[in-house]
Ligand binder design. Structure first.
Ligand code: PLP
Length: 386
């Protein structure tokens, strides 16, 4: 790894080129990409529509700072607002930063509206919200916090999908709850519909901000633009990143306008956030994926893929998730890491998640033939593992 800091365990694969749902390594081997860079390249690699926006915008204007008006940032904010719940938008550069912004929003909301009496945040066991100090504190996984204790103590974790525990966990000081509607890193585990409805109701009654972390579920991955849209409720704030830039680093936090206004000039900022290049890309990504025909095709592929996976699995695991955010929870006697190593040998990329799960996240615009090719390779990989 030379001088690269040793913070990742890496597979011994060197990818040098990508085209749609295919990746090529330095030895000329071709892989089918069922990982999408962990839910990032939803529109595939080297997508000409995105490359074209990048080169045009790069040749016009990349960055000016947030000291001046930026029409492309305003248009991208309008689009996110229109496609979700009419909030205003803060742009940043990653999922952790988007969640950090949401946590800061909840703090200033509690400080200003309740004179500092509300400041505690509830998050879920097995959640993942990022690696900054606040977001690793919000993350409900000990392995992420290990070595960094003491973490921030205003955040409490509770079991996911248990409404009674949620009710019992609320205190007068609780200002926000943050959750993923489908836990990604935790093993592709969807929230129950009734759970989300109850939480929404309680948050409204108690003036607790409901924050959905849609960093992984967002931008069409689940077959709707945002994962929460499966549930028929709206959050008070939502965070985005990953697929928003199809690989270009951009994140966003959007909040209902009456809440967003608690963040006033000087309270939050980031140099690169919402620059011309990032926003031009995000605007294009959002406009392609939000087309009804595009989302319909994601759902069609989902039904097809789930059916095929079920046949392949033949009882060796269960399928969880929505749209093309699918997880296969392998039976305990089949090791997910072994499966992934065999998949690599068979030239298909998938990524692991918690709970002995492999994530099946193909690009959303994959065609059926490539999907079929990928399914065959998954079948072979399972046979090689069991
Ligand atoms: C749900 C969720 N939130 C936040 C993050 C952190 O995003 P980033 O790695 O861009 O900081 C991730 C990354 O996996 C995620 O899945």
């Amino acid at each position: 790894m030379g001088n690269v800091m040793n913070t990742y365990n890496r597979y011994d694969i060197t990818l040098v080129k990508g085209e749609g749902a295919y990746l090529y390594d330095d030895l000329g081997n071709r892989y089918i990409d069922f990982a999408s860079g962990i839910a990032v390249t939803n529109l595939g690699h080297s997508n000409p529509l995105i490359s074209d926006v990048i080169s045009k915008q790069a040749n016009t204007l990349i960055h000016t700072s947030n000291l001046y008006r930026n029409p492309i940032q305003e248009e991208t904010a309008d689009l996110i607002s229109k496609l979700s719940f009419g909030g205003s938008v803060f742009f940043c550069n990653s999922g952790a930063e988007a969640n950090e912004a949401a946590l800061k929003l909840s703090r200033i909301y509690g400080n200003k509206k309740y004179a500092g009496k509300k400041f505690k945040v509830i998050t879920m066991n097995n959640s993942f919200h990022g690696r900054t100090f606040a977001t690793l504190s919000a993350t409900g996984q000990e392995k992420v916090k290990k070595g960094f204790e003491p973490t921030l103590n205003f955040i409490k974790h509770i079991p996911y999908n248990d409404i009674n525990i949620f009710k019992d966990s609320i205190e007068d000081e609780t200002v926000a709850v943050m959750l993923e509607v489908i836990q990604g890193e935790g093993g592709v585990v969807p929230a129950d519909e009734s759970y989300i409805h109850e939480i929404r109701k309680i948050c409204t009654e108690r003036d607790i901000l409901l924050i959905f972390d849609e960093v992984q579920t967002g931008i069409g991955r689940t077959g709707k633009m945002f994962g929460y849209q499966h549930y028929g409720v709206e959050p008070d704030a939502m965070t985005l990143a990953k697929a928003l830039g199809n690989g270009f680093p951009i994140g966003a936090m959007t909040a209902k306008k009456d809440i967003a206004e608690y963040l006033s000039p000087g309270t939050h900022a980031t140099t690169f956030g919402g620059n011309y290049l990032g926003c031009a890309i995000a605007k294009k990504v959002l406009s392609i994926i939000s087309e009804k025909s595009f989302l319909d095709s994601v759902n069609e592929k989902s039904v097809y893929l789930v059916e095929k996976l079920r046949n392949i699995l033949n009882g060796y695991g269960i399928i969880r998730g929505k749209g093309l955010m699918l997880g296969v929870r392998l039976n305990d006697n089949i090791n997910a890491s072994d499966f992934i190593k065999n998949a690599h040998k068979n030239r298909i990329l998938t990524v692991p998640a918690g709970d002995n799960t492999i994530r099946i996240y193909p690009p959303l615009n994959i065609d059926f033939d490539t999907l079929d090719e990928g399914i065959k390779l998954l079948k072979k990989s399972l046979e090689d593992t069991i």
